[in-house]
Design a protein around this ligand. Structure first.
Ligand code: MN
Length: 131
């Protein structure tokens, strides 16, 4: 598929179980003209990542079942998937989440509540770094 000039063809997978956070992230990514894949749990998210090989993964840390840290470790242990940048979505209240996310292999961290003014810029920086 050849993207139009005014479109950003990059594909972002969002793994987030909170509907309100998902809605906000979706709206911001659409403004940035990203294509979006969504999952509300790690298990499905990993399957989607294997099938579609997104350009970036936004990973909630607190998820039902396998948490975002374990899911990130799975991604980073997979030779086919480890090059995909993973940006953790961590809760501001959980002070040590950022450190845990980095240790699990996350390439970056975005703290919730999400700053809507800087979100797209932050995402694009991780995209560029991954190339
Ligand atoms: Mn969550």
């Amino acid at each position: 598929m050849k993207p139009a000039d005014d479109q950003n063809s990059k594909l972002v997978l969002v793994i987030e179980d909170n509907p309100l956070n998902m809605k906000l992230v979706r709206q911001l990514l659409l403004i940035g003209k990203y294509r979006i894949l969504e999952s509300t749990c790690s298990e499905d998210g990993l399957e989607i990542a294997r099938r579609h090989h997104p350009d970036l993964i936004l990973m909630d840390i607190q998820l039902p079942g396998m948490d975002g840290l374990a899911a990130t470790r799975c991604l980073k242990e997979d030779p086919q998937l480890r090059c995909i940048p993973v940006v953790a979505l961590t809760s501001f209240a959980m002070a040590d989440d950022e450190l845990k996310a980095r240790e699990a292999g996350c390439d970056g961290v975005i703290t919730k509540p999400i700053n809507t003014r800087t979100f797209l810029q932050t995402i694009s920086e991780y995209m560029v770094r991954s190339v």
